[in-house]
Design a binder for this molecule. Structure first.
Ligand SMILES: *[C@@H]1O[C@H](CO)[C@@H](O)[C@H](O)[C@H]1NC(C)=O
Ligand SMILES: *[C@@H]1O[C@H](CO)[C@@H](O)[C@H](O)[C@H]1NC(C)=O
Ligand SMILES: *[C@@H]1O[C@H](CO)[C@@H](O)[C@H](O)[C@H]1NC(C)=O
Ligand SMILES: *[C@@H]1O[C@H](CO)[C@@H](O)[C@H](O)[C@H]1NC(C)=O
Ligand SMILES: *[C@@H]1O[C@H](CO)[C@@H](O)[C@H](O)[C@H]1NC(C)=O
Ligand SMILES: *[C@@H]1O[C@H](CO)[C@@H](O)[C@H](O)[C@H]1NC(C)=O
Length: 540
């Protein structure tokens, strides 16, 4: 089951080593298009595999392959299912790690066609072995992945260290004549007769009928980047103090694990490579822990709940409210049974574990179950064009709560609205269930705490050394004035004494950690909330 969840963002975690060595910024000057494409149609059909994966076709060296569309990473890789066409090997090899396994092989170049756009020489990772994947990707309808994230995040580009490693989108945008370098997409919801959405992706064009997305706020993704100085993603801050509204209509209060995040806001990454939205554990508990019959599955790290439970959840970004369709909150796409053998559904706002952020770079990953509720526009701005403004996101809500309610009743409750039956009532917050924090997560939280505090630990050590030096100077210079006849024996004694003193000073480091007030992890770890600090979750 784990296999069904995510791809993509896990890449950030493997960046830990690269964290200190900041990769050079790829400055883009006016450049020659790699090829001039003739566009036939820019509405790109997007296929949907069980509401769990969305993919499109791309033609590489004349062979059509289906690739997962992933806004959370920036590289193209493919494992040709039948015959591998002739492509040019650059001789550089690379391993890309994802939540479900890793893709490794050599970087090749080949001609690429993508719905009317042609690229004569596109770099991509030719994967010859997908055995590390926990799932047979081909049987799920795709043979590779196309990252739609910022070019700067491309590992292929890093490896080739020249424009020849540019991402597919970067090469496509070089052929777009106007300054509108954006993609937009709609993800359809299968199993929802009330939805008439067709999955589609557009490049520098709006989906017909959704043009007024231009009137939605432009959510600046660079703001978050500058704030965090971490790797760039399509990421945004939730609105202050009301980022997420839970099933009881109240704000779910969760503290950000991102050290520099503004108070009352969470950092969310928009990643079409995740089936389920990843949220802080306390938030997942707040959404599902009060449902009667809810039970937490520690193996898969998700809540299971009765499929007929209607839960209203919504998110606020850029001052706009984005409701989630109740069919997307309680997921019915996988055949799951509880311990008693009854059919149950999955809580699609899953505690963030597989993509847990060691360095605390983000709190949530808005996956497909969220993105089905918005028409999403990603404008690449100065990521692809030096003269453009900052890149931004625009989200147009396409879920109407009343219609969604009717839909849910038809699909899950056999058409009769029993949503007000007492069996669907949420239990009191006092009786709420909390999911157990996994051992792995505890370890990571601990590591994160250490990582976020090492400057203080260092400062503590430095202070300690300064004190010692101070003492030595005081001993040698000041005391000498009084004790003129200092002998070696005495000196030895002093050092022995000081050694003892130094051992008792060891807790200084701890002290430094506990007293650091700038980092909001000053209170002991709470296993119920999965967070340091005061009980991360509090229903107002
Ligand atoms: C472009 O798309 C439209 C509508 O989606 C379709 O009618 C038309 O045939 C397409 N054109 C090409 C060249 O594929
Ligand atoms: C991709 O191509 C295959 C056949 O080559 C076709 O069956 C499938 O519908 C295509 N998918 C999309 C999203 O166009
Ligand atoms: C931008 O240019 C492309 C052609 O390169 C065109 O199809 C598209 O409609 C233009 N978009 C806007 C918003 O002007
Ligand atoms: C966008 O247009 C649709 C229909 O044309 C309308 O119902 C909706 O209110 C508009 N939204 C905004 C934000 O203007
Ligand atoms: C969900 O929200 C809608 C609109 O606010 C409301 O009519 C409905 O009663 C809510 N349902 C539940 C179960 O909370
Ligand atoms: C299984 O059934 C028993 C008895 O009806 C009940 O107490 C228990 O909560 C059920 N377990 C789950 C996971 O629903």
């Amino acid at each position: 089951m784990q296999s069904l969840i995510p791809l993509s963002l896990i890449l950030t975690i493997f960046d830990v080593v690269a964290y200190a060595v900041k990769l050079p910024l790829h400055v883009r000057t006016t450049r020659q298009p790699r090829s001039v494409g003739r566009r036939a149609n820019t509405t790109i059909p997007v296929s949907n595999y069980g509401n769990a994966e969305y993919y499109s076709n791309i033609t590489i060296a004349g062979q059509e392959v289906s690739v997962l569309l992933d806004t959370g990473s920036s590289d193209l890789w493919v494992n040709f299912p039948d015959t591998t066409p002739t492509t040019t090997d650059t001789g550089k090899s690379l391993t890309l790690s994802y939540a479900i396994g890793s893709a490794s092989g050599d970087i090749h170049t080949a001609s690429v066609e993508f719905y009317g756009y042609s690229i004569t020489s596109q770099a991509f990772l030719l994967v010859t072995d997908t055995s590390s994947f926990s799932t047979d990707i081909h049987s799920q309808g795709y043979d590779g992945l196309m990252g739609l994230g910022p070019n700067e995040g491309s590992r292929v580009l890093d490896k080739l260290n020249s424009d020849s490693g540019d991402s597919v989108l970067t090469n496509i945008f070089s052929q777009v004549s106007n300054s509108s370098k954006f993609i937009s997409f709609l993800l359809d919801r299968s199993g929802d007769p009330g939805s008439s959405i067709t999955g589609q992706l557009t490049i520098s064009e709006y989906v017909e009928g959704y043009e007024n997305i231009t009137s939605m706020p432009e959510i600046d993704v660079e703001d978050v980047h500058k704030l965090l100085e971490s790797e760039q993603h399509w990421q945004a801050l939730t609105d202050k103090n009301n980022g997420v509204i839970g099933p009881d209509g109240e704000v779910i209060q969760t503290d950000s694990i991102v050290p520099k995040a503004p108070d009352g806001q969470l950092v969310a990454v928009f990643d079409s490579g995740f089936t389920f939205t990843q949220v802080p554990r306390a938030m997942s508990d707040a959404i599902y822990g009060r449902v009667q019959g809810a039970s937490y599955d520690s193996d898969n790290e998700w809540w299971t709940i009765p499929c007929g439970q209607l839960l209203n959840v919504s998110f606020n970004f850029g001052g706009q409210n984005y409701p989630v369709h109740p069919l997307d909150t309680v997921d019915d796409n996988f055949d799951i049974k509880n311990a008693n053998g009854s059919r149950v559904c999955i809580g699609a706002f899953q505690p963030i574990t597989t993509a847990f952020s060691i360095l605390g770079n983000y709190d949530m990953i808005m996956g497909m179950n969220f993105l089905r509720n918005t028409y999403t526009l990603m404008n690449y701005g100065n990521w692809v064009d030096d003269n453009a403004n900052d890149p931004y996101l625009q989200l147009l809500s396409i879920t109407n709560v009343e219609d969604a309610h009717t839909d849910f009743v038809n699909v899950r409750l056999g058409g009769s609205d029993t949503t007000s039956d007492t069996k669907w009532d949420l239990v009191s917050t006092a009786d709420m269930q909390h999911s157990p924090v996994s051992a792995e997560e505890k370890k990571k939280l601990y590591e994160e705490m250490i990582l976020s505090r090492w400057p203080y630990i260092l400062a503590g050590c430095l202070a300690f050394i300064l004190i010692i030096i101070g003492l030595i100077i005081w001993r040698c210079c000041c005391r000498r004035k009084g004790v003129k006849t200092a002998n070696t024996a005495k000196k030895g004694l002093w050092f022995r004494k000081n050694k003892a003193a130094s051992t008792s000073y060891l807790p200084l480091q701890d002290q430094g950690m506990r007293d650091s007030s700038t980092v909001d992890v000053s209170v002991p770890y709470d296993p119920h909330t999965g967070h340091f600090g005061n009980a991360g979750y509090k229903a107002l």
